[in-house]
Design a protein around this ligand. Structure first.
Ligand code: FEO
Ligand code: CA
Ligand code: CA
Length: 710
């Protein structure tokens, strides 16, 4: 058990201000996202007026395919503000009394929902994990800990690529816990390693001249880890074991490209003339465990690894690269010096081979991981699956960029039940065929009531209707001027053409397993409403949005495959004392402050858990929060845990008696260095900080493990 340092401090809620810059440390911004927020917004589209789109389609093609007519007409009506269309959706979206925000149903008294009965943690700036009274935690696995046989113990001063290839990678983000037995005692722990932060990894790192060994260590520090993790079901805590399942996937592991764009000319390179085999996965951020026991992981800010976009002279190619955030010269890490595939001037198509949702089968350490082209190419935060009543599966995914979009994929085929190898093999093909959609949100309040201040409109909430606009299905494109292949590979451009809604950085998305409603974290967007940028709308209602919000939608008839939905904002984040915040109407004097929601997860009771990514915006450490979404406690946000200074809380997993989180980039604050670390977590003393996974449990009666929040 770790003890907090004596100089740690907690901050009373009353001294919180909504001040701060709402920015990460500059090192984190550069190494994690390629300093995305320091660059121009890549989405410069004006999202043409929907009537124009329909007119273009009619004139170009003469006649529309029936499917396209259905999709585009729906979009056009909503864009034109057709009250008839909106009314139809409003009355048909979700069953009355069913789903969130409708209490516990007729005849039942509203009662607090179990799972969140704990004393909130005070916001703080400690260099420690802080958990509620009566809870304990341990560190499960740290950067550099052995994963594979033969891996040496971590030695910060003597790192090698060969060692890192067998050790736990850097900067863990998503974590999935897949039970191997009914009691959840033996589990596969699957973790994403989003990025490397070389100045904090290598003493004396020269940004202008990284060594080949440092670059190869970084390649090995990316990707994913699979490791067997056992629970102590009596005393609590998760700990790792060596096992035949343990696996490292890195920036050089071979992936199979699947789905409708596999083999496309746009995916062919000199090393892979088939366009079906890619080495590595990069910037894996959020993810999910599928209902068939595999893991989906989003390749997010992949653009930052590619150099020399400025040498491309073809204006069309340059525009496409720029839409994906590639316009500069040398890349941050200079990988192009060590492998020409990262040099856009030499291998432009290599950029097309990243930005996908990848699928890993952790049950089979010899399996070839997959890149799924049917889910489109963008800065996938992650992807999460819901199974429709008819057995088709739906995958939701956000494109984490200021003013980018939310997407949904609906499979053509149905899921096979059961945990057999045969069923899993079938289910791993579900994301190969189907329809890709992008979301358009329409507010139900008069536009003049959405003034960008966060003031609620007269009807008392931010909400409205929405539709899923089809982009492509197999080799059929629904986007004027783009082939299906182009839609999958330049998906952002397809979203621009059809008039998708520009969102405030869509991060993690998760369906509620109890109600079926879907929740998305919109982390922040300080460019909203600034000169030349899109102004506030009802789904993104604050200009210079520093603290983000959480969006909830319910598909029409609660059918996951529907193309219409209704939506509401559940949370408008920030200091609850600030008038521009909203906690589903719950008494704001009782809720915890929150900024920059990033990951979303559910417990078995259907409570939402939200982890945050924004040290600085409220001057408090990042944390993990719980919030009921039904009944009288809907909106009662409570802080469950905080992570050490400079760290980000990621990848929450909530089981009935265990919570795990990843602590990403502890100690990454401006001014910190290897010589003067801002955090000594988790090893203490004068050690360097190490990104790690943590597990938390409640000490129940007789010292035995208790249930979380009960
Ligand atoms: Fe890697 Fe969008 O967070
Ligand atoms: Ca409204
Ligand atoms: Ca994230």
């Amino acid at each position: 058990m770790l003890t907090p340092p004596e100089d740690s401090r907690t901050i009373p809620l009353t001294v919180l201000s909504a001040g701060g810059h709402g920015k990460r440390s500059s090192v984190t911004c550069r190494y994690r996202c390629g300093d995305a927020c320091g660059h121009d917004v890549p989405n410069t589209s004006s999202n043409p007026y929907f009537g124009d789109v329909v007119a273009q389609v009619m004139s170009r093609r003469g006649a529309l395919r029936a499917a396209a007519v259905v999709g585009i007409t729906g979009g056009a009506l909503a864009a034109l503000g057709s009250t008839a269309a909106a009314d139809e959706v409003a009355t048909q979206g979700g069953r009355p009394g069913h789903g969130p925000g409708h209490g516990n149903g007729p005849g039942k008294p509203d009662r607090p929902i179990p799972g969140t009965d704990y004393e909130s943690v005070q916001p703080n700036t400690q260099d420690a994990i802080v958990v509620p009274e009566g809870y304990e935690h341990n560190v499960v696995i740290r950067w550099g800990d052995p994963v594979l046989e033969g891996a040496p113990e971590f030695d910060f001063e003597n790192q090698t690529a060969a060692a890192q290839e067998r050790q736990f990678g850097y900067n863990c983000d998503f974590a999935g816990l897949i039970p191997l037995d009914g009691a959840g005692r033996r589990n596969l722990l699957v973790v994403n390693h989003e990025y490397s932060t070389e100045p904090f990894m290598f003493r004396g790192y020269d940004e202008a001249n990284p060594t080949e060994e440092q670059v190869k260590i970084a390649w090995a520090a990316h990707g994913l880890s699979v490791v067997l993790a056992e629970r102590d079901t009596r005393k609590g805590g998760l700990s790792t074991r060596r096992s035949r399942f343990n696996r490292r996937i890195t920036a050089t592991t071979e992936f199979e490209v699947r789905g409708p764009a596999a083999g496309s000319d746009l995916l062919k390179t000199s090393a892979d003339p088939t366009g079906t085999r890619v080495l590595g996965t990069l910037n894996n951020c959020a993810g999910s465990v599928t209902p068939w026991g595999t893991v989906l992981s989003g390749e997010e800010n992949f653009n930052q690894y590619f150099g020399n976009a400025d040498q491309i002279t073809d204006p069309d190619q340059s525009a496409k690269l720029a839409r994906y955030g590639m316009s500069g010269g040398a890349s941050e890490r200079l990988w192009e010096r060590f492998d020409p595939r990262f040099d856009i001037a030499q291998e432009l198509n290599e950029t097309h081979r990243f930005g996908w949702v990848v699928e890993i089968d952790p049950h089979d350490p010899d399996s070839t991981p997959i890149k799924h082209t049917a889910l489109g190419r963008f800065k996938h935060e992650g992807a999460a699956v819901r199974v429709a009543e008819d057995g088709r599966v739906v995958a939701y995914s956000g494109d984490d960029e200021r003013f980018d979009y939310i997407y949904k994929f609906v499979s053509k085929n149905r899921m096979k039940k059961g945990e057999s190898k045969h069923a899993r093999r079938h289910n791993m093909t579900l994301l190969d065929e189907g329809t890709l959609y992008v979301a358009r949100f329409t507010g139900d309040s008069p536009v003049e009531e959405i003034d960008g201040s966060g003031t609620l409109p007269a009807d008392g909430e931010f909400g409205g209707t929405g539709e899923w606009i089809p982009l492509a299905e197999g080799d059929k494109s629904f986007v004027p001027g783009m082939t299906a292949e182009e839609v999958y590979i330049y998906t952002r451009l397809a979203g621009d053409v059809v008039g998708a809604t520009k969102m405030d950085r869509p991060e993690d998305i998760e369906p509620n397993p109890v109600t079926g409603s879907v929740y998305a974290a919109l982390t922040n967007n300080t460019n909203r409403g600034t000169e030349g940028a899109a102004a506030a709308d009802e789904a993104n209602p604050r200009n210079t949005n520093k603290h983000g919000h959480v969006l909830e939608w319910t598909e029409r008839h609660n059918d996951a495959t529907a193309t219409r939905f209704t939506w509401k904002l559940l949370l408008v984040c920030g200091d609850p004392e600030s008038p521009d915040t909203y906690f589903a109407g719950f008494d704001k004097s009782q809720v915890s402050p929150i900024t920059s929601p990033d990951n979303v997860a559910f417990d078995t009771h259907g409570n939402l858990w939200v982890s945050t990514d924004s040290t600085g915006a409220l001057g408090i450490n990042d944390g993990l929060y719980s919030v009921p979404v039904q009944g009288a406690d809907r909106g009662h946000l409570k802080l469950f845990l905080t992570v050490p200074a400079g760290g980000e809380t990621c990848g929450p997993v909530i089981t009935e008696d265990l919570v795990t989180v990843c602590v990403q980039h502890p100690g990454e604050v401006d001014g910190a260095s290897i010589e003067e670390p801002a955090s000594n977590w988790p090893d203490r003393g004068d050690s360097q900080p190490r990104p790690s996974v943590v597990s938390v449990w409640r000490v129940g009666r007789n010292g035995r493990v208790g249930r979380i929040g009960e």
